[in-house]
Design a protein around this ligand. Structure first.
Ligand code: FAD
Length: 266
């Protein structure tokens, strides 16, 4: 789609060239930006021009994923971590064509803050921390689960840029399980539920897709079936749209949570 209010699409050579504002915003893959009208925008700054390495192993055994890493590059990361199969499970839960797959970025998906944000699911389930560049030249860090506030709402302020998604070695070495359902075979996710069993026995359950923001429940050990069902059922952020009713989303999430509790060794 043409964006007729744009007067510039800049290619920055360095961080100093970003010069973002409320109307001049980062361009990742552009798959969302160019999919609907953006009458409030006057400029885009193409982050891919900065040439960030898509992903790097960290010295502590963790993984640093650049915000500009595409979905295709993410699923090509070697499976060196127990949780790595989750990368593809989440990527495939995106309702997308091959064009989106090769172009959409991990940072763009998180910053868009859709309930069906598959990279939000991945990041929230693995306690990922975002490195966010601030306009004053500094940076701040925030977990994905705290960054996404609601549909299309994040804590990002004008001028801020997600630089990377940081995954620590602990969650990366966890065993995970994944459930997703949609009303249509190729439909947008009604709910996505991810379970995680950490090496120390801890159990984490992450719900996205059916809730307007990522919901993460944490336990020192897998809880009793009734306690988990109560906790999932008590979440208050279910929503209704064309892709599912709130009560169906809650019911399916409760069911999936129990399946994952059993699968991950309750
Ligand atoms: C056919 C199709 C199917 C889709 N299906 C889904 C789906 O199932 N689930 C889903 O969540 N989305 C879906 N989308 C929406 C969108 O394409 C994806 O969310 C995609 O991952 C966005 O990534 P991008 O890099 O293209 O973002 P862009 O379009 O480049 O940017 C999206 C937003 O994020 C901001 N942004 C980009 N990068 C950064 C950064 N590093 N720091 C700060 N802000 C940034 C931009 O300014 C913009 O506001 C779909 C889109 C299409 C066209």
């Amino acid at each position: 789609m043409d964006l007729p209010t744009l007067t510039e699409v800049r290619l920055p050579a360095s961080r100093a060239d970003l010069a973002l504002s409320a109307t001049v915003v980062p361009l990742g893959g552009g798959t969302w930006l160019y999919s609907e009208p953006q009458p409030h925008l006057t400029g885009l700054v193409d982050l891919t021009a900065l040439g960030w390495t898509p992903w790097e192993r960290r010295d502590d055994g963790g993984l640093s994923i650049a915000a500009t890493c595409t979905i295709a590059q993410l699923v090509a990361i070697p499976h060196e971590w127990a949780a790595a199969p989750l990368f593809r499970r989440c990527a495939e839960s995106l309702l997308q064509s091959f064009k989106v797959w090769r172009t959409a970025t991990v940072g763009g998906n998180i910053a868009t803050a859709l309930a069906a944000g598959a990279m939000i699911a991945l990041g929230a389930a693995l306690d990922a921390e975002l490195v966010i560049w601030t306009p004053d030249g500094g940076e701040r860090r925030q977990r994905v689960e705290d960054f996404v506030l609601a549909q299309r709402a994040t804590t990002a302020l004008p001028g801020e840029v997600v630089r990377s998604i940081e995954l620590a070695p602990g969650p990366l070495s966890a065993v995970t399980g994944f459930r997703r359902i949609s009303l249509a075979a190729l439909g947008r996710a009604g709910t996505v539920v991810i379970g995680r069993r950490d090496a120390d026995g801890g159990f984490v359950l992450c719900v996205t897709g059916g809730t307007v923001r990522p919901e993460v429940l944490r336990y020192a050990a897998p809880p009793a079936a009734s306690a988990l069902a109560d906790d999932v059922g008590a979440l208050t952020t279910w929503f209704t749209d064309a892709h599912g009713a709130a009560d169906w989303r809650r019911a399916m999430s409760v069911r999936f949570a129990e399946e994952l509790r059993q699968e991950l060794g309750a």
